[in-house]
Design a protein around this ligand. Structure first.
Ligand code: B12
Length: 125
């Protein structure tokens, strides 16, 4: 299966040298199972909404994994990507702080396939 891991990023002023830690861990866990991974980390370099519009058509993922702070959930590019994935039957998994804080709301969102609350380490099975 091909997994697209995407961290949208929302604050252009945030600087760090590391990839997004949560999705980095998710990537290493999925690799253990031989899954194919594309990790687009816009955490420290958010891109305009229109740049995201070809992620699905170009990369053709089976599943999209999002790690979101709540302000990233509200971004137009995040909602557009989820809408497009849903319309094409692509699974959407959401984790990170927004899932942790607002899982009770996300559970009513038919576009979301899995809401992961807590650590993914050792939990893929
Ligand atoms: C380190 C950190 C940062 C670092 C990130 C560095 C990096 N390279 O990763 C920096 C300083 C850059 C940062 C920035 C910001 N942060 Co910050 N940050 C944290 C902090 C302290 C720890 C996060 C972390 O790395 N945890 C360790 C990793 C391994 O855990 P994790 O991310 O939760 O991921 C695990 C699971 O959640 C799960 N998982 C996560 N995502 C997914 C996705 C899927 C699909 C699956 C299956 C599983 C999964 O698996 C992972 C591995 O087990 C948290 C507070 C906290 N205690 O969590 C705040 C926190 C996440 N940050 C927060 C905020 C608001 C921000 C900023 C928006 C602040 C700002 N205005 O700049 C920015 C956003 C950055 C951006 N450019 O858009 C809030 C989010 C609140 C909310 N409701 O959304 C938090 C919760 C702090 C708080 N209490 O307010 N942050």
């Amino acid at each position: 299966m091909k997994f697209l891991l995407w961290k949208p990023g929302m604050d252009e002023g945030t600087i760090n040298d590391l990839p997004h830690t949560g999705l980095g861990i998710l990537a290493s866990e999925l690799k253990e199972y031989g899954e194919q991974i594309v990790f687009i980390d816009n955490h420290f370099a958010p891109v305009p909404d229109e740049d995201v519009s070809d992620y699905i058509s170009t990369l053709q993922p089976d599943t999209i994994c999002l790690s979101l702070v709540s302000s990233e959930w509200l971004l137009e590019r995040t909602q557009n990507l989820i809408n497009e994935a849903h319309s094409k039957g692509i699974e959407v998994w959401v984790g990170g702080p927004h899932a942790y804080g607002y899982g009770d709301l996300l559970v009513n969102d038919e576009r979301i396939t899995k809401i992961v609350i807590g650590e993914i380490d050792g939990q893929i099975d």
